[in-house]
Every structure is written in structure tokens, then in C-alpha cells.
Design a binder for this molecule. Structure first.
Ligand code: GLN
Length: 500
């Protein structure tokens, strides 16, 4: 093997190039990551299921392709960690829930299929808050995931397993889903890159639904370019998803290579600053804004008054949709079945199974949603929340008439301690304060690491938001900041992650 350096510390782009160039085999790359998982995942618990056999078989297939002289794609042979909310044919899919314990899907999600077609090596399925409801991965029925920066802290949620796998160098690429922030918030608190593409930009077929009008799958990585390569691999129209956008995917890879913000207009959202934001988060955020100015962007302050209502409106819309989506878990078609003793009727079995299969947060959301949708309350709750959604879209429209992208901190604080917010749902919900508006409007958002908070030494994320189908702008801005910061810190920020 003539690859220079530790395979698990490499970028996806470098690994793909090394495999293509014959410096290393896909089998060696995969084995190095499987070894790393075996070494550290007992402490991190990023994975719910490691598919050793499937990963090595895929790697062997890539090596055989190369040996036959076939053209390899831009991510061929690169390992990836897949959030356990995407169906994988023949590989367990639990959504972090007891309800789906032991379920092995008979089909691949479109994202899964595209990854396979791109010759990406799927290492396994990552831990998550049950049915993607949460901000800390503490709501998983299979135990918490630990933040590799400090094992006593949360890795964010709901996609904490995916983000932790990147920060722990168990995988160079991962996939998440973002309904209210579950890609960007975990990226922020683990010092990694996470992108929520434009709603409809990545197919939802085979993504187990939480809140269908908000859910969006997207790429997670340690660098902006790696995220772009993954974005390009999974995005694009899919006739199997009726909300999939039938337009060409923006040139995210080209934009990531451009790394230039000269002449861009960048809006700082007035609402996302001040009280409630940790000092070190504000400090790194303001430094990032200064940096963007130095790099040649024009900075303007932008007022989005309706954003103040985004969180309450989200906690009506998301639970309402989830109460309907999760009705399918009736113990008849798939998943857990409790009380099927030949005496209990269908309704009793359904109700016993849902009682046993769903955790407290999922039950809370189903009750909230059912209440909000009941006749007599519909206009007061769900209807009003939808009106707020329209106001949020209008704020974005006004802002984007003047600026190319918006920026804010990704999360108000750095990673909090495991257990700290477990009994306080409101405090937990606040973690998504800055990310939720983009889900409500369906536009695109990214989080990139911009340094560590001086008071606790933990990663801080910068959020970049672009209009729908202008996802390329995220990559243009993100890569420019990344390049400038790596110059400043003398090394990629992610390389600072403490020892495991
Ligand atoms: N934390 C938010 C929630 O609990 C967002 C979750 C997500 O994006 N999947 O709903």
C-alpha cells in the first residue's frame, strides 16, 4: 500500500483518488474503517448495525471493476455511514425504535440505491432519535450516542450517529435527514459539515416519514468538497417521490471548488443573535462574518420578524404530520406485535404494540399532533401554524431579494451534557431555533465548523442558508470560509478531535 497517511483520517475525495490511482484498494480502505469502528464504537455508539459482510463485498466489487479497467465514479470505494431511517434491502432498519426491531426491509430507498450505484461502500446504519424526533440522540430506543469531542456530551440529533461517526473517524461520509435541523445541528456540535438540500432535491422514497412536508435527506462529511461530492451522488429527480423536483441538480461540486465569495451579498439574520446564545458561539459567529467581509463579500443586516414564531409553528406542524405518518405502525403490517394471544382483538393488539413500541417523545408528539388536528382545534392550531409558515416564506423571499445567502450560528450553544435537557422538552427544542425556518420554507442550509468556543473548547457551527435550488451557493460560501479558516488554524478544524 502506498497511500501516505492514515486512511481513516483522509477525505473522501483523497480516498477516491487513491483507489482510482491504484495506491490503495477499496478493500483496504473499508477494512481500515471497520477496524476503527471495532476500536472506538463501543465508546461512541454511532452504529446500530455494522454490515461487515456487505461492506467488504462492495469493496471487492469496486476493486474488481478497477482490475477490469472499468471507469470508477467520483466516490467509488469510499465508505459511508447511513442513518437508520433509510430502508436498506436485506439490512435491518429500525429508525431507532423498538417498533421496528428486527425489521429487514424488502427494498432500498432511492438514496440507498444511488449510493450503491455510485459504488459507495455502506458500512452500516447509524443511531438516531426514535423516528428522527429529538436533538440529542438520547431518544433512541437503543442507547445514546456520545460526542467524540467529549464522551459525556450529546452528538446532536436526531442524526447523532451519523455526525459522531465522522468526528470519530469511523467513516469519511455519512447520510442524515433534516426535518427541523437534524443534519445541521449534529454537524455543528461535532465540528463536521452537514447540508440540508432544497426540499425535493433529494428523494424521500424509502426514507421512513416523520413529517413529510419538512423531511429532507442530505450529505454529511468532514469537508465541504466531500459533502458536495456526496450531494451530487444522491440528488436529482425521482419519479418515486411526488415532491421530488424535476430540475437539474445545482453544480455543487463546481461551487465547492470555487471557494470564492467576492462580490456576494450576505445577510446576517438579526433574530439569531443576542440573549440565549452562548458567548463563544457568538464570538466565533461574528469572527466568521468579519472573515466573509475580508474575503470580499458585502454584509448586510436582515430582519426576519416571523422567524420568532418558527419554533412554535414547527411544533404543531411536525407533530401533526407525524401523528398521521406513524399511524401505519399498527402491528399488523410490520414491526413489533404484542398481545397477539388469540384472545385479544385487532384494536387491542395495535394498542398494546404501540404502547410497548414507541418511546415517550414519540408518544408526546403523536398526542400533540392528534390534538392539534382534531376538529374544532384545527384552525386554532394547525391552520395558524400553516399561516405562520407562509409568513416565514415571505421573510425569506424579502431577504433573498436583497442578498445571495443568509448566515447565522447553527445552534445557540455547543454540545450539552448527556441528560442535561432530557426532562425539559422545551430546552431540547431550542437547539433547533436557527435551523427550523429553512425546513418551513423548503430552502437549503449548511453547517460548517468555524472553530471552538473558548469557554468549553467545543465546536461551533456557522449556518449558511440559500434560496431553493440555489444549493450551490452554500458550497461556494462554505468552501471559502473553510479554506480561509484552515489557513488560520494551520490545519483542518476536524483534525483537532480529541483522542479516542
Ligand atoms: N429536533 C427537531 C425535532 O425534534 C428536528 C428533528 C429532525 O430534524 N429530524 O423535531
Amino acid at each position: 500500500m502506498s497511500f501516505d497517511g492514515d486512511l481513516t483520517r483522509s477525505t473522501a475525495a483523497a480516498l477516491a483518488a487513491a483507489i482510482k490511482g491504484g495506491d490503495v484498494t477499496a478493500a483496504e480502505v473499508t477494512q481500515a474503517h471497520l477496524d476503527r469502528i471495532a476500536k472506538v464504537d463501543e465508546k461512541v455508539h454511532a452504529f446500530l448495525h455494522v454490515d461487515t459482510e456487505g461492506a467488504l463485498a462492495k469493496a471487492a466489487e469496486v476493486d474488481a471493476k478497477r482490475a477490469r479497467g472499468e471507469q470508477l465514479g467520483p466516490l467509488a470505494g469510499v465508505p459511508l455511514a447511513l442513518k437508520d431511517v433509510f430502508t436498506t434491502k436485506g439490512v435491518p432498519t429500525t429508525c431507532g425504535s423498538k417498533m421496528l426491531q428486527g425489521w429487514v426491509p424488502p427494498y432500498d430507498a432511492t438514496v440507498t440505491r444511488r449510493l450503491r450505484e455510485a459504488d459507495v461502500v455502506i458500512l452500516g446504519k447509524t443511531n438516531m432519535d426514535e423516528f428522527a424526533m429529538g436533538s440529542s440522540t438520547e431518544n433512541s430506543a437503543y442507547g445514546v450516542t456520545h460526542n467524540p469531542w467529549d464522551l459525556s456530551r450529546i452528538p446532536g440529533g436526531s442524526g447523532g450517529g451519523s455526525s459522531a461517526s465522522l468526528a470519530a473517524f469511523e467513516a469519511p461520509l455519512a447520510i442524515g435527514t433534516d426535518t427541523g435541523g437534524s443534519i445541521r445541528q449534529p454537524a455543528s456540535v461535532t465540528g463536521t459539515v452537514g447540508v440540508k438540500p432544497t426540499y425535493g432535491g433529494v428523494s424521500r422514497y424509502g426514507l421512513v416519514a416523520f413529517s413529510s412536508s419538512l423531511d429532507q435527506g442530505g450529505p454529511c462529511a468532514r469537508t465541504v468538497l466531500d459533502a458536495a461530492l456526496l450531494h451530487a451522488a444522491i440528488a436529482g429527480h425521482d419519479p418515486m417521490d411526488s415532491t421530488s423536483i424535476d430540475l437539474p441538480v445545482p453544480d455543487v461540486v463546481g461551487a465547492a471548488k470555487l471557494a470564492d465569495v467576492k462580490g456576494m451579498r450576505i445577510g446576517v439574520v438579526k433574530q439569531f443573535d443576542g440573549d440565549g446564545y452562548q458567548d463563544g458561539v457568538r464570538q466565533r459567529f461574528h469572527e466568521s462574518v468579519d472573515l466573509l467581509r475580508e474575503l470580499g463579500a458585502t454584509i448586510v443586516e436582515v430582519d426576519c420578524p416571523s422567524f420568532d414564531y418558527a419554533l412554535p409553528a414547527y411544533y404543531l406542524i411536525a407533530p401533526s404530520e407525524c401523528s398521521s405518518n406513524l399511524a401505519r405502525f399498527d402491528a399488523m403490517r410490520y414491526g413489533l406485535r404484542v398481545g397477539d394471544d388469540g384472545v385479544n382483538g385487532v384494536e387491542e393488539v395495535t394498542s398494546l404494540s404501540r404502547e410497548a413500541g414507541f418511546g415517550p417523545e414519540v408518544k408526546r408528539r403523536i398526542m400533540l399532533g392528534t390534538y392539534a388536528l382534531s376538529s374544532g382545534y384545527y384552525d386554532a392550531y394547525y391552520g395558524s401554524a400553516q399561516q405562520v409558515r407562509t409568513l416565514i416564506m415571505r421573510d425569506f423571499d424579502r431577504a433573498f431579494a436583497d442578498v445571495d445567502v443568509l448566515v447565522s450560528p447553527t445552534t445557540p450553544t455547543t454540545a450539552f451534557k448527556i441528560g442535561e435537557r432530557a426532562d425539559d422538552p422545551m430546552a431540547m427544542y431550542l437547539a433547533d431555533l436557527c435551523t427550523i425556518p429553512s425546513n418551513m420554507a423548503g430552502n437549503a442550509g449548511m453547517s460548517i465548523p468555524v472553530g471552538l468556543a473558548p469557554e468549553d473548547g467545543l465546536p461551533v457551527g456557522l449556518q449558511i442558508i440559500a434560496p431553493a435550488m440555489a444549493d450551490d451557493r452554500l458550497y461556494r460560501v462554505g468552501s471559502a470560509v473553510e479554506a480561509a479558516l484552515n489557513g488560520k488554524w494551520g490545519r483542518p478544524l476536524i483534525q483537532e478531535v480529541p483522542s479516542l
